[in-house]
Design a protein around this ligand. Structure first.
Ligand code: NAG
Ligand code: NAG
Length: 159
C-alpha cells in the first residue's frame, strides 16, 4: 500500500516540476525558441547593376524566402536598423546548426549578383553580435541575442 501511494504522488510532483521548468524557460525568450537573427547595420561598397537604376539588394537563406532590404540603395552609406523593421528578423537559426545564406542583388538581364554566400552559424556570434566584412563588397553586422560562440545560454543575459 505504501509504495502504491508513493507512485501516484510522485507523478504529480514531477509533472509540476516540469511545468515550472517549462514556464521558467519559456519566460526567458529565446532559450527554447529558435534564434532570430536581425540585421543591425549594413554598408555596401559596390553595386553590380550597370544600368542607372537603384539596386535591389536581398538576403536569402537556402530553403527560405528572399528578404529584400528595401532601404539599401546607395553604396558607401551606413544603414542602421533597429530590428523592428517590417522585414526583420532576417532569418532564424536552428539550435547548433548553420544555414547557408547570402547577400545578393537582383539583376534585370542576367542571373543575380552575389555579394557573398556563407554558412551563418549560431557560433559566429560573439556576445550576440557578428560582423561580416567582405572586402570591396559589404560590411554587415548581424545580431542574435540568443546565439553565442560559447554554447552557453546565459552569457547574453549578463550584458
Ligand atoms: C515563402 O513565402 C510564401 C508566400 O509569401 C509563403 O507561403 C511561404 O510559407 C514562405 N516560405 C518560407 C519557407 O518561409
Ligand atoms: C564594419 O562595421 C562595423 C560595425 O559598424 C565597424 O565597427 C567596422 O569598423 C566596419 N569595418 C569596416 C572596414 O568598414
Amino acid at each position: 500500500m505504501r509504495s502504491r501511494r508513493l507512485v501516484p504522488s510522485s507523478i504529480p510532483i514531477s509533472r509540476a516540476a516540469l511545468l515550472v521548468a517549462h514556464v521558467l524557460l519559456c519566460s526567458l525568450p529565446g532559450i527554447v525558441s529558435s534564434k532570430s537573427v536581425i540585421l543591425s547595420s549594413i554598408k555596401i561598397f559596390t553595386t553590380h547593376e550597370w544600368m542607372p537604376t537603384k539596386p535591389t539588394i536581398y538576403f536569402h537563406c537556402q530553403g527560405a524566402n528572399e528578404t529584400i532590404l528595401p532601404d539599401v540603395k546607395e553604396k558607401d552609406f551606413l544603414y542602421i536598423f533597429s530590428g523592428e523593421e517590417s522585414w526583420q528578423p532576417l532569418t532564424e537559426l536552428p539550435e547548433k546548426k548553420c544555414r547557408r545564406c547570402g547577400l545578393y542583388e537582383h539583376n534585370t538581364l542576367k542571373s543575380d549578383d552575389v555579394f557573398d554566400e556563407w554558412e551563418l552559424c549560431p557560433s559566429n556570434f560573439v556576445h550576440g553580435k557578428y560582423v561580416r566584412l567582405k572586402r570591396n563588397e559589404f560590411n554587415a553586422t548581424f545580431v542574435c541575442p540568443q546565439c553565442t560562440a560559447f554554447g552557453g545560454t546565459n552569457l547574453w543575459l549578463q550584458g
